[in-house]
Every structure is written in C-alpha cells, then in structure tokens.
Unconditional design. Structure first.
Length: 270
C-alpha cells in the first residue's frame, strides 16, 4: 500500500485544542479494503475519508460503523478500521484535554468508541466534508478545517487538567498521582473526575497509554535498544511487565510489533 503523508501543526490559540492535522492520500488502488490498525495514541481523533468511507469495528467486533466522517475517543486497546474505496484520509488529532470542548460533550462518552461525526456536528460536518473533497490543495484543506474547529471552541480548557497532561507527557506516564493532585490543589477524586470528563480516561489509564507511547518514541530513536533497557527507561517494573502491557495495548508482543511496523509514536511525534 503506497501513500503520501502531509502533516500540519496548528499555531497560536488553535494549537491548544488541536495537536495536529494530517492528510494521507494517494492510496494505492487494490481489490480489497485497506485495513489500518488503530493503536491507542493518547488523543481523540476526527477522520474525514476523501471520496470514500471507513468501516470501524464496534466493541463486540461483530457490528461495524460505516461512515465518511468519524470521531474516535480515547482508546485503551487496539482496533482495526478499513478504508473503503478511499483516495485518502484527513485526520484531526485533538489535544488530550480538548475533545470535551471541541465536541461539546464529556470525553468519556466516546471512550473506546467511534461514532459518526454527523451525530455530533450535524449538517455542518457534512458540509465540511464536501468542502474538503472539493479541494485538491492540501494547504487550502487545512485552512478550511482550522476555521471550522476554531468556531467550535466556546469554552476554555481547565488549566489544572492541562498541567496534568503536560506533566504526564514530560514524565512519560510515570507520575505520582496523589502528589500531582496535591500540586493542582485537587483531591485525588476530583482529579480523577475532571480527567475522565476532559481526557476520556482515568489518570491512571491515561498515564498507562502515555508510557506505552513513550516506549514507541524511545525505540523510534534507538532502534538497537534492548527490550530490557527499553523497559527500565520507560518506567516498567521489568521486561515481563513491559511485554504484558505492550501486548495488551497494541495486540502484539514488542518483538513481533516492531517486525511488522517501524517504531513510531503518534503522541510524541505528531
């Protein structure tokens, strides 16, 4: 499968709510639907299918959502989706603590789920998709998308949860939650409630995903690092613990995963 990827990082105010926008196009035409694994990235994602549709497995893996525009909440485990007769996709990666603001609903309502974007934004989402499909210039596509999402920001983020996300990111998911709650002048219960509503995962769950993403990032920049060293560098108890966590999140043991796909952290690199 051949494709080109164009990555854009928003600037200014929008960058506090949208982490990145990327366009992957020129999908090589093939007889079968293109299957793309979705690995927990630490962020909610909005995807527009260019002149095609996506097929997303439901939680029971027997039902599918088929749509040309979707929003996927935070994930704790991997899923697959299929691109159906699509020439590419445009994805909007939201900041971890911004999906409740952008979508106008508590983030946990779509955790581990993918829903039709039209169910969230109505006809405006369909019009946005039509505008994107009518454009051939990537920069114009990006401009259209940025204007749309700027209008969706009606409230400001909770600075305490933004600080939680920033510290968790810097520390690679290895955080002391009681100490952090105290620094943020919150009880542990308050921190958990606010993080679940804003991020879509509990503080512990979010930290777990970020630690997994950190392991991908470290491996990405040191291809020869051993699993033992990688385990300790990323704060796992030992290699066995690392392998178990990695497989639980990605669906593969680390060695097999890195054979199938090059190490790349969506969270730290995009």
């Amino acid at each position: 499968m051949l494709m080109d990827c164009f990555i854009h990082k928003p600037k200014g105010f929008l960058s506090e709510y949208v982490k990145s926008i990327w366009i992957m196009d020129n999908f090589e035409k093939c007889d079968n639907d293109i299957c793309i694994p979705l690995i927990p990235s630490g962020c909610a994602e909005i995807v527009f299918h260019l002149d095609g549709k996506g097929k997303y497995a439901a939680n029971n893996f027997n039902d599918y959502l088929i749509t040309n525009a979707s929003v996927s909440g935070q994930k704790l485990y991997h899923k697959n989706y299929y691109s159906i007769n699509s020439s590419g996709i445009l994805a909007v990666i939201l900041q971890p603590d911004a999906s409740n603001i952008i979508l106008g609903m508590p983030s946990n309502l779509i955790s581990n789920a993918t829903i039709n974007l039209m169910d969230v934004f109505g006809n405006s989402a369909q019009y946005l998709l039509e505008q994107i499909n009518d454009e051939s210039d990537k920069n114009n596509m990006i401009s259209i998308v940025e204007k749309f999402f700027l209008k969706k920001i009606k409230n400001l983020k909770d600075k305490r949860i933004t600080q939680f996300v920033q510290e968790t990111t810097i520390q690679g998911g290895c955080v002391n939650l009681p100490q952090m709650a105290s620094r943020l002048n919150l009880s542990l219960r308050q921190l958990e409630r606010k993080v679940i509503e804003s991020v879509g995962l509990s503080p512990k769950e979010f930290s777990r995903i970020i630690r997994f993403q950190k392991s991908l990032f470290v491996k990405q920049h040191n291809l020869k690092i051993s699993l033992t060293t990688l385990s300790y560098e990323c704060g796992y108890f030992d290699q066995s613990h690392f392998i178990k966590e990695f497989k639980s999140i990605s669906g593969y043991a680390p060695k097999k995963f890195f054979k199938l796909s090059p190490a790349f952290s969506d969270y730290y690199s995009l």
